[in-house]
Design a protein around this ligand. Structure first.
Ligand code: ACO
Length: 429
């Protein structure tokens, strides 16, 4: 069988080149051989925002944006959301297979017994302003963990690597809840090892004076499902930050801090917070058509809509939308839901959105649920960062063990000034 190739003819020289195609991909470095003359710089590819560039070969998450398919290690997201738990899904992402009962018990025990933080972390949390954004606190405190675990630098020691992975998955909810409690002036609530991963997080967020906090099982499960849906999403902005920063071989706490920072932005994990601001600003179903007009005029974006990869309904948004009713049966209906439903109805019929294949993404409905559960808006990106930590770590470990690993270092096209001589200050006009 002849190998699949792409034949390129260089009009400048008349030479032709056969570039091998593997998995529908050519290697950008193969373009380097296309040059005018020996010694000249070869051709490079230009791809702002990496719209059509694969930066790695991965076996973790499959995404088909046209058909709305999302698989973790081959398992459909819908099945995991229905049958799995967050910790089981985390195990799957890291180890590529579903755990046996014994493996799951040992893994759950391991995570549960790493939830406590060093007491000094509380001390530097005290240094933040009372109104510090919890995402800013989370990204700095997770980075600071690096200084508590110097062995974390042994990234090629598999036992050390796995210990840091367990610590990070276990401690993120504690850091997140402590950040929130600081921002509202409440005493920190310590982890309760008798509770599930999400039950314990609700405990650390919301426990007041009761001796034993009992999470509502519907809300505990809803959070579990939301965590499963957010656990990984292949090479998005924050995962690329994790892989890119991790490729310098820094420890995983520093790399996760970089990933949290990337997630903080309003075009990524900050979008669910922006969705709620948008719905509050619209305020009334009758104002939806005017708002859509402003979006179509390019004045603003419809937050929670559109996705780089999904050009159909985000499968995670479908699951969240269905789950909303169960949550609202416990918490009461979020009054902003009607505005969201009307926005979606109009947008899905409008040529602007249909033509650009803009559909609700994971952030469109998740914020409504979080708000109904009692989470303040500023916690929304934090609620994304906690479950995404395992995705970042699975991708980081895959990157470290990849025989083709290289430090991330893209090229540029230079359009700046040509060489010129320095002009002394007083001689400048
Ligand atoms: N509202 C209005 N128009 C939009 C939107 C939107 N939410 N998203 C894209 N468009 C339009 C753009 O204006 C552009 O139109 P044009 O071709 O006339 O210039 C076209 O659709 C393509 O948009 P791009 O920005 O090129 O698409 P890209 O793939 O780069 O961006 C992104 C994807 C950032 C998610 C974008 O859709 C967006 O800003 N959405 C709103 C923010 C959001 O919800 N982010 C969360 C994403 S999910 C996640 O990160 C977990």
């Amino acid at each position: 069988m002849p190998r699949e190739t792409l034949t390129i003819t260089d009009n400048r020289t008349g030479r032709t080149y056969d570039l091998p195609i593997d998995h529908g991909t050519i290697r950008a470095t193969d373009l380097d051989q296309i040059r005018l003359a020996d010694g000249d710089a070869g051709i490079t590819s230009y791809d702002p925002g990496f719209k059509n560039t694969a930066a790695c070969d991965s076996r973790i998450t499959f995404l088909d944006g046209d058909r709305g398919i999302l698989l973790y290690r081959g398992y459909p997201i819908e099945q995991l959301a229905e049958h799995s738990t967050y910790l089981e899904t985390a195990y799957l992402l890291l180890d590529a297979q579903l755990p046996t009962t014994e493996q799951l018990d040992a893994w759950t025990y391991n995570i549960t017994h790493h939830t406590i933080l060093h007491e000094n972390i509380k001390k530097f949390m005290e240094g933040f302003r009372h109104d510090a954004h919890p995402m800013g606190m989370l990204l700095s405190t997770v980075g600071a963990l690096s200084s508590f675990y110097p062995r974390a630098r042994d990234i090629f020691d598999s036992a050390s690597r796995r210990r840091q992975i367990a610590r990070l998955i276990a401690k993120m909810p504690t850091l997140a809840a402590f950040s929130y409690r600081h921002s509202v002036g409440l005493p920190y609530a310590y982890p309760d090892n008798r509770l599930s991963y999400t039950g314990n997080f609700l405990n650390m967020m919301f426990r007041m004076t009761e001796l034993e906090y009992k999470p509502n099982p519907v809300l505990e499960r809803a959070l579990e499902v939301l965590f499963i849906l957010h656990a990984d999403h292949e090479q998005n902005c924050s995962t690329s930050a994790m892989r890119g920063v991790g490729s310098s071989l820094v420890d995983p706490y520093a790399a996760v801090a970089a990933a949290v920072a990337a997630l903080y932005g309003p075009l990524h994990g900050g979008a669910n917070e922006q969705v709620l601001h948008m719905l509050q600003e619209i305020g009334d179903v009758r104002r939806v058509p005017d708002f859509i007009k402003r979006v179509k005029g390019g004045e603003i974006r419809l937050m929670g809509f559109g996705h780089r990869i999904y050009k159909s309904y985000d499968p995670r948004a479908k699951i969240i939308k269905r789950m909303a009713d169960q949550v609202f049966a416990v918490t009461g209906r979020n009054p902003l839901l009607d505005i969201a439903l009307e926005l979606e109805r109009i947008a899905l019929e409008d040529d602007y959105f249909v033509g650009r294949k803009l559909y609700p993404n994971v952030d469109f409905y998740s914020g409504l649920i979080y708000q109904a559960m009692g989470f303040p808006l500023r916690m929304f990106p934090v609620l994304f960062a906690i479950p995404r930590t395992v995705g970042w770590l699975a991708q980081w470990e895959e990157m470290l063990l990849d025989p083709e690993r290289k430090i991330a270092r893209p090229r540029q096209i230079y359009h700046g000034s040509p060489r010129r001589d320095y002009v002394p200050l007083l001689e400048r006009s």
